[in-house]
Design a protein around this ligand. Structure first.
Ligand code: NDP
Ligand code: MG
Length: 389
C-alpha cells in the first residue's frame, strides 16, 4: 500500500490525482490533503478517502472546518509548520504531489522533501524561485524528483536517466498560444476575465489559465526547464503548436531528435508519476494521425505576447530576480482576476518592473533560504500596491 500526501488536493491537478487513486483505492493510503479555502471539498475528499490529516491555510476556513470536524477522526491544521507531527523522517511516505497554485507552493514543497521518497512537483513557481534550495534538499534527503508540468514531464521522459546535459544540444517546448493566438491586437485591451480563463485545449486552475493567455506560462516553463535540466537559455526554444499534442522535442548530440506526444490531458503525466516503474495500463486514445500530420509548429509572436521579452532579461545564473518575476506576476494576475486592472496591464507592468534598477540588482543575488524569497516577494507586492498600476 502506497502512502501519499497531496498538497493542493482541491485544485485541478490534485483532483486529477484523486480521480486516478479512486480507481485503485485499496493500493493507496492518503496521509494528508491540503487546500486554502475550499473546506467543503477538502472535507468531502478526506471522508471519501479516509484521510486523517488535512491543512487549510485560510484561517477562517480552518476555524470552520475545525468546528465541523470536532469529535471526528480528522485532524485539521492551519499551516504547514505541523508536518513533523504528521510524518516521520525515518519512515518516509512513498509519494507527495505538490500542486498548490502560485508562489505559496514553495514552503510546503521544501517542508515535505525530507518526509517523502518521491516528490512530484506541479507547482512551477516553487521550482522557479527555489530550485537551488529544493535541489540541495533532494540530495540531502535522497528524495526522487519528478516534474509534472507536461512539457517537463515529456523532456524528463525523453532523456535517458543516465544522460547528462552534455548529451543533448537543444530542447523545444510547445505552446498552444492560448485563447488569444489569433485575436486582433487592438482587441487585447478589452479582454474580459471570462475570455482569458477559457483555454482552448486544457482545463486548468484560474492562475495558470491567465498565465497561458498572456504567455507568461511559457516564460515560466522555459525558466523551469533551464533549472530542472541544468541548461542555459540558448538551449531552449518555444514553438507554437495549437493542438497541444506534441509537448517537447529533444535534439541530442548524436544527431537523433526525440519528440513526445500524448493526449491533451494532465492525467497522463500524473498517472505516470504515481505508477513509476509499474506496468499499470491507463485508458488513453489511439494515436491521432490527423493531429500528427498537422503539428503546425511555428516560432512565437512576441508582439502578441510581449512578456516573452522577459526571457532576454534573465541571466543563466540562478538569482532572486526570478522571484521578482513570479511574485510580480502573481500579484498582477490577482489584480486582473479581482477586476482591478486590464488584461494588457499585466504584461505592461511586468515588463516595467523587470527593467527597474531596484529589481534588476537582484540578478546578482542568489536566495540563501526561503526567508530571502518570501521577504522579497512581500516587498514586490507592496511596491506594486504603491505603484498604482
Ligand atoms: P488550482 O487553482 O486548480 O488549485 C490550486 C490548489 O492550491 C487548490 O487546492 C487551492 O486550494 C490551493 N491553494 C491555492 N492558494 C493557496 C495558498 N495560498 N495556500 C495553500 N494552498 C493554496 O491549480 P492547478 O491545479 O491548476 O495548478 C496547481 C499548480 O500546478 C500550479 O502551480 C500550476 O502552475 C501547476 N500546473 C498546473 C497544470 C494544470 O493543468 N492545471 C499544468 C501544469 C502545471 P483552494 O481550492 O482552497 O483554493
Ligand atoms: Mg505546461
Amino acid at each position: 500500500m502506497k502512502k501519499i500526501a497531496i498538497f493542493g488536493s482541491t485544485g485541478s491537478i490534485g483532483s486529477s490525482l484523486l480521480k486516478i487513486i479512486k480507481d485503485d483505492k485499496k493500493n493507496f493510503k492518503i496521509e494528508l490533503l491540503t487546500a486554502n479555502k475550499n473546506y467543503k471539498k477538502l472535507i468531502k475528499q478526506a471522508n471519501f478517502f479516509n484521510v486523517k490529516n488535512i491543512v487549510l491555510t485560510d484561517y477562517n476556513s480552518y476555524l470552520i472546518a475545525n468546528k465541523l470536524l470536532k469529535n471526528t477522526k480528522i485532524k485539521v491544521f492551519k499551516n504547514f509548520d505541523s508536518l513533523s507531527k504528521i510524518f516521520d523522517i525515518n519512515k518516509k511516505i512513498d509519494y507527495s504531489m505538490c500542486a498548490i497554485s502560485g508562489f505559496q507552493g514553495l514552503k510546503p514543497t521544501l517542508d515535505i522533501i525530507k518526509f517523502t521518497k518521491i516528490i512530484a512537483i506541479a507547482n512551477k513557481e516553487s521550482i522557479i524561485c527555489g530550485w537551488n534550495l529544493i535541489k540541495k534538499d533532494l540530495k540531502k534527503y535522497k528524495t526522487y524528483f519528478i516534474p509534472i508540468d507536461s512539457e517537463h514531464f515529456s523532456i524528463w521522459s525523453l532523456l535517458d536517466k543516465n544522460n547528462n546535459k552534455n548529451h543533448f544540444e537543444k530542447i523545444y517546448i510547445t505552446a498552444s498560444g492560448g485563447p488569444f493566438r489569433k485575436l486582433a491586437l487592438k482587441k487585447f485591451k478589452n479582454i474580459s476575465i471570462k475570455d482569458a480563463l477559457k483555454h482552448p485545449n486544457w482545463s486548468m486552475g484560474e492562475k495558470i489559465s491567465i498565465d497561458s493567455a498572456t504567455m507568461m506560462n511559457k516564460v515560466f516553463e522555459i525558466i523551469e526547464a533551464k533549472k530542472i535540466f541544468d541548461l542555459n537559455y540558448k538551449q531552449l526554444e518555444i514553438l507554437t503548436h495549437p493542438k497541444s499534442y506534441l509537448h517537447a522535442i529533444v535534439k541530442f548530440n548524436n544527431g537523433l531528435s526525440k519528440l513526445l506526444v500524448h493526449d491533451t490531458n494532465m492525467i497522463i503525466p500524473i498517472f505516470n508519476s504515481i505508477y513509476l516503474n509499474n506496468d499499470k495500463k491507463i485508458k488513453s486514445k489511439k494515436i491521432d494521425i490527423k493531429r500528427l500530420n498537422n503539428l503546425d509548429l511555428k516560432k512565437v509572436d512576441k508582439t502578441r505576447f510581449p512578456v516573452l521579452n522577459i526571457l532576454k532579461n534573465i541571466n543563466d545564473k540562478d538569482s532572486l530576480f526570478e522571484t521578482i518575476i513570479v511574485s510580480a506576476n502573481d500579484k498582477l494576475v490577482n489584480l486582473f482576476l479581482g477586476g482591478k486592472i486590464n488584461f494588457t496591464d499585466i504584461s505592461y507592468n511586468l515588463l516595467k518592473i523587470c527593467n527597474m534598477s531596484q529589481f534588476t540588482k537582484f540578478k546578482s543575488k542568489k536566495p540563501k533560504n526561503i526567508d530571502d524569497i518570501n521577504n522579497l516577494a512581500n516587498y514586490v507586492s507592496l511596491k506594486i500596491d504603491s505603484m498604482s498600476v
